[in-house]
Design a protein around this ligand. Sequence first.
Ligand code: PXG
Length: 285
Amino acid sequence: MPRIVFMNDRLVPEDQARVSVFDHGLLYGDGVFEGLRSYQGHVFRLKAHLDRLWESARAICLEIPLSPEAIAQAVSDTLAANHLLDGYVRLVVTRGAGSLGLDPSRTKNPQVIVIADTISLYPSEYYEKGLRIVTAATQRTHSAALSPRIKSLNYLNNIMAKLEGLQAGCVEALMLNHKGEVAECTGDNIFLVRAGSLLTPPPDAGILEGITRHAVMELAHKAGIVVREATLVRHDLYTAEECFLTGTAAEVIPVVTIDGRTIGSGSPGPITTRLIKDFYALVRS
Ligand code: PXG
């Protein structure tokens, strides 16, 4: 069955959901996006995702031609049109078609796209046994060059690191910032456990402030686990008791080796296991 896609003001079959070859989203990666999950027909933290979309757009002087309410409606309409209760939603806003050349003022009609699809999860084995990750040589974009807080259509920085991970046989890769500090993974935030406390890099380490990251920090707080943002280096990860990643697609996933070194006991630890369980309950509540 063809998927149904929302384009600007209506739902269309996927083969009619098209953007111009002159769209600056295609030509220059000039645009923004969000990835959301729906659980049992309820979109997890919709407002936080819409706020972040607007923040990303504002940062690149892109005016989204629809209201947040209209996009929220488009999200539920697109999920319903595809008969999805549990699904993945991709929001995309492009700069629109224009003349060749970077100048955004010579574009018009930003395109608003909402795609809903089934979610392709990591195999359940990764959640039970944990992931192996490696550190990529590709640094996270310097925030003075381009803020990693903008979820832009230009993800080449992360894709370069993802390729390094895949070439090393790993599905995720760790990215450091220009100071050699731990930033995040290519599409996930990172946490470690040290002396029973949860530590995660602060926003100024050059990360995307993940919505799952925020939810997990709240869950830890509720569970009486101390959680702190702290500048971390690889030494902290190598010597951690536990490590896990968070992201909309992956949710909470344990990490058991980094650069071939075993983390903690080599299997998912008790705090990670607890937070996986709490997150599962939260998204279905
Ligand atoms: N860091 C980066 C760089 C991301 O792109 C996260 C962290 C986690 O954020 P959330 O808000 O999802 O907890 C992300 C977002 C995908 C996909 O389709 C996932 C992301 C980005 C692009 C694609 O799997 N993760």
